[in-house]
Ligand binder design. Structure first.
Ligand SMILES: [Zn+2]
Length: 273
């Protein structure tokens, strides 16, 4: 099985850009593709053909199936003859390795644009020669791509699971409960706190299930299964529109299987059958 390979040392990165490389062009509108039907990374020749003018050099993302991939941010004002694809669109319509590629590209470009100045002393930062970091020449602070851990929990009670519809997501799905890990908190503490805060329920038997990078803009979703331990469902009105217990054979509309919440729910269904 092919797996995305992250470069160990970025020093030789520019030398690796070749006719065979793939390039992911990122802006606030998403990632750019020449073919409006199906997103693909640009070849070096296609990328040069766009004549982007003065830009930062592209970042090496890594290698997949023997091919090197780079990313570059461009300002959205650039008029290009092609199509901008949203990341959520690619999640459902492209192979998982391509989504991983654009997810990495989006997060690297996001970090690069947001750490041009030191957060401590305000000086312009410079690229570190070997690792993915921007370093401050005045005070030495290093800024790495910022990844925010989130916990997502499927709470089960026999053949039922607890699913909620969120107020602000704008999506019709019923999904697992989730939230950001707070400073100093373990993932398990976060899971218990989020479930308690969002629906007033206590859980036991937390089991780590898997993880997914979530580039909106830079979360790492840590998924857990847990068992119901007590309490009545009482949705927190700011965040949760409604939450209920659902039998595994009678589930509402749930997130697609490309998302880790969709996969958690599928695993729960399989465990009941
Ligand atoms: Zn500084």
């Amino acid at each position: 099985m092919n797996e995305f390979q992250t470069p160990k040392d970025l020093q030789a990165a520019e030398a690796e850009l070749s006719a065979d490389s793939g390039l992911v062009l990122v802006s606030d509108k998403g990632v750019f593709g020449l073919d409006g039907e199906h997103w693909q990374a640009l070849t070096q020749a296609q990328w040069l053909g766009l004549e982007l003018g003065q830009c930062e050099p592209p970042h090496l993302l890594g290698h997949y199936a023997g091919r090197s991939y780079f990313c570059q941010y461009i300002e959205p004002e650039h008029k290009l003859d092609g199509h901008w694809f949203g990341l959520r669109e690619l999640l459902q319509n492209n192979p998982s390795w391509e989504f991983e590629l654009v997810s990495r590209a989006s997060q690297v470009c996001h970090w690069d644009r947001n750490h041009r100045f030191c957060g401590h002393c305000g000086s312009p930062t410079e690229y570190h020669s070997r690792v993915r970091a921007r370093a401050c020449p005045s005070c030495g602070l290093h800024s790495y791509p910022r990844i925010s851990p989130c916990v997502i929990v499927l709470v089960r009670n026999g053949e039922h699971c607890l699913l909620a519809r969120h107020n602000r997501s704008g999506r019709p799905f019923f999904t697992c409960l989730a939230g950001f890990v707070e400073a100093g908190e373990s993932a398990e503490q976060c899971a218990r706190r989020e479930v308690r805060e969002e629906v007033g329920v206590e859980i036991v038997g937390l089991q780590y299930w898997g993880s997914q990078a979530w580039p909106f803009p830079g979360q790492l979703m840590l998924a857990f299964m847990a068992d119901y331990a007590g309490g009545e469902i009482c949705p927190e009105p700011e965040e949760i529109a409604e939450a209920h217990w659902y039998h595994y054979r009678d589930l509402p509309l749930v997130p697609p299987s490309e998302t880790i919440s969709g996969q958690l729910i599928e695993a729960f269904i399989k465990s009941c059958e």
